[in-house]
Design a protein. Structure first.
Lengths: 173, 616
């Protein structure tokens, strides 16, 4: 499980979140059944759910903060820590497991020196695991940001990570 | 708009497509296709047409089910058959298109099959492929054949005629039709759909809801995703028919957020339905009105359970509630609610179009129709299949799946995901129907079917599933919350070689408690993987505990790798693959593994082409 302790936003990003919530008020009425869609929207925008956003959602919906935090921490989709620039998700479905996704995950963990849920110190990668992506016929599956890769070998995965690294270095340089 | 006019136009456009006087290329662009590289194939096909200065049509289609051949492309010259090619790369795509479209050589050695007018020299017919022959496609009737983002294709192939027929009947007759068809819920439990509809129809209340359960949470299952990606309208039509039969005007689709493409296809489909007057008030000129909302799940397996699903739609933690009251009487926001699985609804639209009698002609006495399965794991041909109920497991694994890959020995098949069990190879004569699979200790489930071979450890498998259910248990019922954890702890110890033989008795005891003492399906079925493996693979447990051996080479503390000096020819591939320099040896001489350095990652074992590396 990810840590259910929320990270607070830095003071610099506060105006950003205020502007974002002004937008949110236009699309959401603030009813209780909109709670999960609102959380999803915040995460899509900010990459994770900072404490301020959860408090703001509680104000907007009129729900108790306990209810908002309780719901957010119940679902695996929500993160409470910032994520790296690239999210590497390894599928842990049955077919992937049978085809050695645990070994694939081990290799990636070893290479990046982080465990699922953690971000690399350079902020480039976060590893996550997913229960099943539903592309079982091409197991093992690895998803890099929004691109799905099938029949991934350990060396193939490392090659992919290096490609990203080179690309990112190019962007910086 | 008048449906007859819509249908006429759709048929005309479909006919025009069939008689297209240009090369016509279809590319499977489901998630699986894309994962295998369909985007590159698409780009290559487009570039090849341009390079040859040919006008042609490229259409994206859903999954045709032969996932092991992805990415796939079908090519047709005007008036000719569709020729299918698989496992494509950008280069191969270009070569095929140039060879066939320009030089007239269809390259039979690269082709998989053909559909349409034949025969074609050296290429088998699609329906004759060993993987396809035993299949009957009802739910998947359009997958891989139509453009899922084009509603006219669906209509031209008979879509929405079932709804038209339903609207001419009275709702009770529609319920009766589904009852007569013998359709049972495809989400796993197999409750008769017609009866479920009747309960919701009879329940007092003005506001009622219908929910399509697309929270396909079982790891190892992808039928619902493929159906929604390949033919979303078949499911939506089923939903409309259900809503009309029950008497409700609002529906929800609860779908996993992990399925972005399916969500996109549904959104497109809903927009088209609005445009054609199939949503909103007075659908197709009738007095029936209906609205559909999409709700994205947030990653909780338990939300596949009906009451938990509704709690999640209402914006709370997805925790199940005790029944009664049943959702049919008191469901979403306290109103009568009917929940059906994706595949069930896909069948409903076919039943109304073709009649209950036709549908009941497939399958067995108690399990009518067909069932889709996501065939994966260690078989040669993985994919999405649909078979008549009553087919034997053997036929699915050997004929459709082509047996176990790489000449290994088959050990078991796992059906029903974390709620199901492992059925040993000795029982592969078992017919696939709800009752037979339950009797064997497994369940039909939603349709995950993962084949396991001698390299799969049958103690590790229940451990894997328990680590999933222990994590996903919502925590409401103590037996499930603590019991799944307890079972997992025991299995972890056994896999580490620290188990005692008495543990197996405790494991059995706890599994029975969890089964009996849990409120919802998650807890009631979570012990299935443990119970079936204890029943059928007891000797593997004993080998782990007493012999401290894992013969499958999965549980790291219980095996080591050795190189057989007789078989090793010193090719050196293993030592190159080893990342910790544990494999050493001179070129062309037998190598050896240093057990102190070896991390048992298995890289050398997988790399050796001569089977010289043994699990000891």
């Amino acid at each position: 499980m990810e840590q259910a302790v929320c990270q607070e936003l830095s003071v610099e990003s506060m105006p950003e979140i205020e502007g974002f919530f002004n937008e949110m008020r236009k699309t959401f009425k603030g009813s209780a059944d909109e709670l999960i869609p609102m959380l999803q929207r915040v995460q899509r925008e900010l990459g994770f759910l900072p404490e301020q956003a959860l408090l703001e959602i509680a104000r907007l919906t009129g729900l108790s903060t306990a209810r908002v935090f309780g719901t957010a921490t119940f679902y695996a989709q929500f993160r409470f820590q910032p994520v790296g620039k690239n999210i590497i998700r390894v599928c842990r479905g049955t077919a992937c497991h049978v085809k050695g996704s645990n070994r694939l995950l081990e290799t990636i963990e070893e290479h990046l020196q982080v465990t699922p849920g953690q971000m690399t110190p350079d902020g480039l990668f976060t590893i996550e695991t997913v229960a099943c992506f539903g592309s079982c016929a091409l197991a093992p599956i690895m998803v890099v940001n929004d691109s799905v890769y099938g029949s991934v070998t350990r060396s193939g995965a490392l090659k992919l990570l290096n490609e990203i690294r080179v690309r990112e270095a190019g962007l910086l340089g | 708009m008048d449906f007859t006019l819509i249908k006429e136009r759709a048929e005309k456009n479909w006919k025009a497509l069939e008689n297209l006087r240009q090369p016509f290329i279809q590319i499977g662009m489901g998630t699986c296709g894309k994962a295998a590289g369909a985007d590159e194939v698409y780009a290559a096909a487009k570039a090849a047409l341009k390079a040859m200065s040919l006008l042609g049509r490229i259409m994206q289609v859903g999954c045709i089910g032969t996932c092991y051949l992805e990415p796939m492309m079908a090519v047709r010259k005007p008036g000719g058959p569709f020729i299918y090619y698989g496992n494509l790369t950008a280069k191969r795509t270009e070569e095929i298109l140039i060879s066939y479209l320009r030089d007239g050589d269809p390259k039979p050695e690269w082709a998989v099959c053909f559909t349409g007018e034949g025969p074609v020299d050296g290429i088998p017919r699609f329906e004759e492929l060993p993987m396809i022959k035993p299949q009957v496609r009802i739910a998947l009737r359009n997958c891989g054949i139509i453009d899922p983002e084009n509603m006219e294709h669906y209509i031209a192939r008979g879509g929405y005629s079932g709804l038209m027929r339903a609207l001419r009947m009275n709702p009770e007759e529609v319920v009766q039709e589904i009852k007569d068809s013998g359709l049972r819920g495809r989400g796993g439990a197999g409750f008769p759909t017609g009866m479920k509809w009747e309960f919701a129809r009879r329940a007092p209340g003005l506001t009622k809801y219908i929910i399509c359960n697309a929270d396909e949470g079982d790891p190892g299952a992808f039928m619902d995703r493929s159906l929604l990606e390949g033919d979303p309208h078949s499911v939506l039509e089923g939903m409309l028919i259900g809503a009309y039969a029950i008497g409700c005007n609002e529906g929800y689709i609860y779908i996993r957020a992990e399925y972005p493409l399916a969500i996109k296809r549904l959104e497109t489909a809903l927009a088209q339905m609005k445009e054609y007057g199939l949503l909103g008030r007075n659908i197709l000129g009738s007095r029936f009105g209906f609205e559909i909302h999409i709700k994205e799940g947030a990653g909780a397996f338990v939300c596949g359970e009906e009451t938990a699903l509704m709690a999640s739609i209402a914006g709370g933690r997805g925790m199940p509630q005790s029944r009664p009251p049943f959702p049919a009487n008191k469901g979403l926001w306290g109103n009568p609610t009917n929940i059906n699985n994706v595949e069930t609804l896909g069948n409903v639209s076919a039943i109304l179009a073709q009649g209950a009698k036709w549908f009941a002609g497939f399958g067995t006495e108690k399990s009518k129709g067909t069932k889709t399965f996501a065939l994966a794991g260690k078989v040669e041909r993985t994919g999405l299949i649909e078979v008549p109920m009553g087919i034997r497991l053997k036929e699915i694994i050997d004929e459709i799946g082509g047996g176990v890959a790489k000449g290994k020995k088959v050990k078991a098949v796992q059906t029903g995901g974390p709620s199901g069990g492992c059925i040993p190879a000795a029982l592969f004569d078992l017919p696939v129907d709800y009752e037979s699979l339950t009797a064997a200790g497994s369940i039909m489930g939603s349709g995950g079917m993962v084949v396991m071979d001698e390299d799969t450890c049958m103690v590790d498998i229940p451990r894997y599933f328990l680590s999933f259910t222990a994590e996903e248990s919502c925590g409401k019922c103590m037996p499930c919350r603590l019991g799944t954890r307890q079972m997992l702890d025991i299995l972890n110890e056994v896999c580490e070689g620290k188990g005692a033989i008495e543990d197996l008795e405790i494991l059995k005891d706890v599994s029975e408690t969890v089964q009996k003492g849990s409120l919802c399906g998650l807890g009631q079925t979570a012990p299935n993987p443990v119970q079936t493996t204890l029943r059928y693979f007891h000797s593997e447990y004993e080998a782990h505990i007493l012999g401290k051996r894992c013969e499958a080479g999965v549980c790291k503390p219980l095996f080591h790798y050795e190189i057989d000096p007789e078989t090793c020819n010193g090719c050196g591939v293993c030592s190159k693959k080893c990342s910790v320099e544990a494999v050493t040896g001179e070129k062309k001489k037998p190598h050896s593994i240093d057990p102190d350095r070896c991390t048992k990652c298995g890289a050398c074992y997988e790399a050796c082409k001569f089977d010289a590396i043994r699990i000891c």
